[in-house]
Ligand binder design. Structure first.
Ligand code: CP
Length: 312
């Protein structure tokens, strides 16, 4: 199905750039890559001669490692930009950084930055396909694609599923991209968290339901996703204490009784164990958290393959 669409040279700033059928095509290419990753010899020659740059100006474990592994599995060369030891720390601008990297022959950029809109700037300066690996609070489309793939892979479709996302919605770029993608694929999405961690206009902007009471939000949920409490923002005084948050919103054996029996449990990571999710749930049989990470490599392989014109 993926070869019915032309992804060559396209950017991925967020999922609103892609139609429902294009997202389904990415999922089908990811399934092919998932099979490749199950082989004892996991490498394909398809992107030999291409060079990918991971331009991470904000910290990451999962996204950076899985993109680099994905590129290597497709035989692309990887330039791994380290912000802390680069000329950025001497005051070089993002524009000159990209001009410099481009002069060395980069074919595709993957950028993470604390400023929303940075991926668009990298594309403007480079004129190369650019993938957003997380820009501020705005978007994290490859995380949403791997979350959506993980559900689709388990349940075959998102159509009609009830998906509840719980946590610090205000600061989450993951939730915004997931809302766009999950709604496009026909899911009913409920977001839940304290009022002070809930941005305005979510219902109007994304067509989701907003709920402040965890029991009501979890009722009959097929999928439950916890989001990280962004501890670095506790000084903003948006919540009285972490203990209070855990008491009201943590995903635990007790609270998950309100969801559908056997509901899938997800978390994009990194997790605060014991705060938004208890280990009894994070490590349970229902949990997809480790599978999400594994699937992240396949989904990112699919994106690089499609955008750089790989052939199987
Ligand atoms: N989920 C996610 O983006 O994790 P990292 O910050 O480790 O990349």
């Amino acid at each position: 199905m993926y070869n019915e669409f032309n992804f060559l040279g396209r950017n991925l700033f967020d999922l609103d750039d892609y139609s429902k059928d294009e997202i389904l095509a990415i999922l089908s290419a990811s399934k092919v890559m998932q099979e490749v990753n199950k082989r004892s010899y996991k490498k394909l020659p398809t992107l030999r001669g291409k060079t990918v740059c991971t331009l991470f100006i904000e910290n990451s474990t999962r996204t950076r490692m899985s993109f680099e592994l994905a590129a290597e599995r497709l035989s692309a060369d990887v330039v791994s930009f380290q912000a802390g030891t680069s000329a950025l720390s001497k005051g070089e601008s993002l524009q000159d950084t990209v001009y410099t990297l481009n002069a060395m022959g980069i074919d595709l950029y993957i950028i993470r930055h604390s400023c929303p809109g940075s991926p668009q700037l990298v594309h403007k300066y480079s004129q190369k396909p650019t993938l957003n690996a997380g820009d501020g609070r705005h978007a994290h489309p490859t995380q949403a694609l791997l979350d959506i793939f993980s559900i689709w892979d388990q349940l075959n479709s998102l159509e009609g599923l009830k998906i509840t996302i719980v946590g610090d919605i205000l600061h989450s770029r993951v939730v915004r991209s997931n809302l766009i993608g999950m709604k496009k694929l026909g899911a009913e999405v409920i977001v839940c968290g304290p009022k002070t961690l809930m941005p305005g206009y979510l219902e109007e902007l994304y067509g989701c339901k907003v709920e402040y009471d965890l029991k009501t939000a979890l009722k009959d949920a097929d999928v439950v996703m916890g989001l990280r409490m962004q501890l670095e923002r506790q000084s903003d005084g948006l919540f009285p204490s972490l203990e209070e948050y855990t008491k009201l919103y943590a995903l635990s054996k007790d609270t998950l009784k309100w969801a559908r029996k056997g509901a899938l449990i997800m978390h994009p990571g990194p997790m605060n164990r014991g705060i938004e999710i208890l280990p009894e749930i994070a490590d349970s049989k229902q949990s997809l958290i480790i599978k999400q990470v594994t699937n992240g490599v396949a989904v990112r392989m699919a994106l690089l393959f499609l955008m750089l014109g790989g052939k199987l």
